[in-house]
Design a protein around this ligand. Structure first.
Ligand code: THU
Length: 161
């Protein structure tokens, strides 16, 4: 007889970034600034990420594409690797992500891709505290998730190694 167990989490949905507390609004604005500088000539899909660290620093990233497509990197990994390189022992509190496309109006917030979730999970697991995620489309509603682990259920970490 198998035991059934539900895994899931609650998200918060804000009508607009105006409903956020000031530090979150600032972080989201930094991600919007970063997405404008994304190098995305192939997809025309620009992603900005901004991390708020425990020491008050904000680290940004944006997607960097390449003529050899798989050689490019997503905004979230550019940001988290930059944070790991510059502030190796400082915990990450919040990740803000915003997206826009030059081809169409994206109003639905975009969650990090699977590869980014795994990369981000490494840092969350290492620091032993959750990284909150704020996501927004080109404008409009904002979705908040409580942690990386929540969006990567049954995630793989170094406890298996
Ligand atoms: N992209 C990101 O930067 N983050 C994601 O989580 C999803 C996708 C980028 C990769 C590529 O440059 C473009 O968006 C289209 O996939």
């Amino acid at each position: 007889m198998a035991k059934k167990k539900k895994i899931g989490f609650d998200i918060l949905i804000y009508d607009s970034s105006k409903a956020l507390k000031e530090s979150d609004r600032t972080l989201l604005e930094k991600s919007m600034e970063a997405r404008g500088n994304a190098y995305a000539p192939y997809s025309n899909f620009q992603v900005g990420a901004a991390l708020e660290l425990e020491n008050g620093e904000i680290v940004i990233g944006n997607n960097q594409e390449n003529a050899s497509y798989p050689s490019g990197l997503c905004a979230e990994r550019v940001a988290v690797f930059y944070a790991g390189a510059k502030f190796p022992n400082v915990a990450i509190k919040t990740l803000a992500i915003s997206v826009q496309s030059k081809n169409s109006e994206v109003l639905e917030p975009a969650a990090p891709c699977g590869n980014c979730r795994q990369s981000l999970f490494e840092y969350e697991h290492r620091q032993k505290s959750p990284i909150r995620i704020l996501m927004m489309g080109a404008q409009g509603k904002v979705v908040e998730c409580p942690s990386i682990a929540a969006i990567l259920p049954l995630g793989f970490d170094n406890s298996y190694l």
